[in-house]
Write a protein that binds this ligand. Structure first.
Ligand code: KG4
Ligand code: ZN
Length: 342
């Protein structure tokens, strides 16, 4: 019997502030996963500065890709494809990854596969749980996106709900800045909240009238700012841990409630969580508990696969490649690329 050849894919991710590359076998097994974070640089400015991010990607991408190949014990010519994030994201940072991947593909003759960033986040679950197969529901919560997605098949998505304004991660980052925790806000609120009382301040749980699956976080952010202002006007000190815990509880409640409603109404048997905010301990706990209560299988990637990384891009590229998707050297960065579009 002929032995099936392994499919090795190099995944490259530069859509925001992580320069990342990884080699993944057969879409499920990580051989290397190198992430060079720019957090220290952007902390100085309180958020990601796109021009600086682009420059840092240029400085680091060569080394990061070399390391990913070396750690995996793979030569460029042993790859079946090079997957690269081409959107959505910051245009300058995206262009660095796309140009690099195109040059590498042109020089080596290895196929090129453009990957949607959110598709990558969802695919992180295929690595975490080698038995996971569509269909399943997935809540994607990151710094730029909040999507409740019905994953009908590999690469086939139906968006049930999305945010009408701020993304969940964006709300975490803005509130963290307002209460003096700084950047990056999500992980800092997660830690601070552990020492706080989630019922200390009641913040609103917004509902969007038109579509029960849609989200809105800008009202919650304003409510936190109003609360901080009113404390200041009254000359009262606010409790940072209590505000962090109360804000986090409001976000987690809304995300859990929408997700559970979607599980009930679609009859989904499996629910997955993805994106940077999927690292949040309270959110993981709440969704895990809710899914257990409904007898639904719950999947969530380990934290290193929740934040931006190359392995998730390689995994998504694998399933695209299985369907015959291949990009030409005219692949371009598309900052506002929609899920499901190619
Ligand atoms: O997916 P990601 O790495 O980048 C984007 O695609 O946007 O997500 C980054 C976002 C940031 O807003 C960050 O504050 C948030 O994920 N985040 C968290 C946690 N870790 C990262 N939010 C809440 N709790 C965390 N533990
Ligand atoms: Zn991301």
């Amino acid at each position: 019997m002929e032995e099936r050849k392994d499919t090795l894919i190099l995944g490259i991710e530069t859509s925001c502030d992580e320069t990342a590359a990884a080699v993944v076998k057969n879409g499920r097994e990580i051989l290397s996963n190198v992430i060079s974070s720019q957090i220290d640089t952007h902390t100085l400015y309180g958020g990601v500065v796109p021009e600086i991010a682009s420059r840092k990607h240029i400085e680091r991408i060569n080394q990061v890709v070399r390391e990913a190949l070396a750690q995996s014990g793979t030569e460029l010519c042993g790859l079946s494809a090079i997957g690269v994030t081409y959107g959505p994201g910051l245009v300058g940072p995206l262009l660095v990854g796309v140009s690099f991947a195109k040059a590498l593909s042109f020089a080596s003759g290895v196929k090129l596969v453009g990957v949607h960033h959110i598709e990558g986040h969802i695919a992180a679950n295929y690595i975490e749980d080698p038995n996971l197969e569509p269909p399943f529901l997935c809540l994607v919560v990151s710094g730029g996106h909040t999507h409740l997605v019905n994953v009908r098949d590999y690469g086939e998505y139906e968006i049930l709900g999305r945010t009408m304004d701020d993304a969940a991660g964006e709300a975490f980052d803005k509130v963290a800045r307002a209460i003096g925790l700084g950047y990056p806000g999500g992980p800092k609120i997660d830690v601070a909240a552990k020492a706080g009382n989630p019922e200390a301040v009641h913040f609103p749980r917004a509902k969007v009238a038109e579509n029960a699956y849609d989200f809105s976080f800008s009202g919650l952010k304003s409510a936190v700012l109003n609360y901080l202002n009113s404390c200041q006007m009254k000359g009262e000190e606010y409790n940072q841990a209590d505000v962090a815990a109360s804000f986090q509880a409001a976000v987690v409640d809304v995300l859990t409630e929408h997700s559970i409603r979607a599980v009930r109404e679609t009859g989904a048997k499996t629910f997955a969580l993805a994106g940077g905010v999927a690292s949040n301990s309270a959110l993981r706990e709440s969704l895990e508990k809710a899914c257990a209560g409904l007898g639904v299988r719950f999947c969530v990637p380990q934290p290193v696969l929740c934040t931006d990384n190359g392995a998730m891009i390689a995994a998504a590229a694998y399933f695209e490649l299985q369907k015959g998707a291949e990009s030409g050297l005219d692949l371009n960065a598309i900052p506002n690329l929609k899920l499901g579009e190619r």
